[in-house]
Ligand binder design. Structure first.
Ligand SMILES: [Zn+2]
Length: 273
């Protein structure tokens, strides 16, 4: 589904007329409206059809497509095959043909910044026979490295959550917390992004939506007098047993600005005031 064009970068805030780095031109120049690209909230290669128009500047587009490429080629390639993507399926040599990281809830929930959290790996398994039945023939044979770049994975989850939050609350409708993680300016993604052990149906869930095989839910959590916008994401809902993730997308209007100082003092990154 196409939404109205935003004419602004949802990651760095750049607008037409702003001077910024343009990777393909290898130069810094004033941005034109046509420089702004459309953003697939979930990548097209994972059957994502929801699009934000004119929503990414050339520099941010280059950054996000870099880690999305890692995800599409490694962590998610086997999953892509199971959903019938045309790149085909490679029959794996082992029972586990992929891994997804599983994490605790985002550290912001406890109010304590994390420095080195533990995480687990969930093997994705399928029987060779099942895979064979999905495709008439294997159309892409390539060695699987079964690699998992967990930093790329959580930036990927953060990017989906941010795009969904922009669609739901509007650009300017919340104070975004995820762009520094998405753009790779921060490595502490676990403070705002993490697992969701209770699944999509949390206590305060307002909306559950499904776009094809991906489901997400919007929620709000109250902490210290502020309302945080929460996005829960379950990719590949047609596959059993895969983890649900959640990301704290930002602060909803009406918060006391002091909360930003408190979060900052505790080590959480906050947007510059
Ligand atoms: Zn940008």
């Amino acid at each position: 589904m196409h939404n109205p064009p935003l004419n602004q970068c949802i990651y760095c805030g750049a607008k037409p007329g702003d001077v910024a780095w343009v990777p393909k031109d290898k130069m810094t120049r004033a941005l034109l409206l046509e420089d702004f690209g459309r953003e697939h909230i979930v990548p097209e290669g994972l059957n994502g059809h929801e699009v934000l128009g004119k929503a990414s500047c050339p520099k941010c587009e280059s950054i996000t497509s870099d880690f999305e490429r890692v995800i599409m080629r490694d962590s998610a390639w086997a999953l892509r095959s199971t959903i019938g993507h045309k790149s085909g399926v490679k029959l794996p040599d082992t029972a586990a043909f992929g891994y997804l990281p599983i994490y605790n809830v985002p550290a912001i929930f406890s109010g304590q910044v994390e420095h080195n959290p533990t995480f687990g790996l969930l093997p994705i398994q399928a029987r060779r026979e099942d895979l064979r039945q999905m495709k008439k023939k294997a159309t892409e044979i390539r060695p699987s490295t079964f690699t998992l770049d967990k930093s790329a994975w959580f930036r990927f989850i953060a990017k989906i959550a941010h795009g969904l939050a922009v669609k739901r609350w509007g650009l300017g409708g919340f104070l975004p917390l995820l762009p520094p993680t998405i753009l790779g300016e921060r490595e502490d993604h676990w403070n705002y992004v993490g697992g969701c052990p209770e699944g999509l149906e949390g206590e305060g869930v307002h909306v559950i939506q499904s776009y094809g095989i991906h489901i997400h839910a919007f929620d709000q959590i109250s902490k210290e007098g502020a309302e945080f916008a929460l996005v829960k994401i379950r990719l590949f809902s047609n596959a059993k047993g895969l983890p649900t993730y959640q990301a704290v997308a930002g602060l909803l209007p009406g918060y006391d600005p002091l909360i930003l100082h408190e979060m900052y003092a505790r080590g959480f990154h906050v947007p510059a005031a």
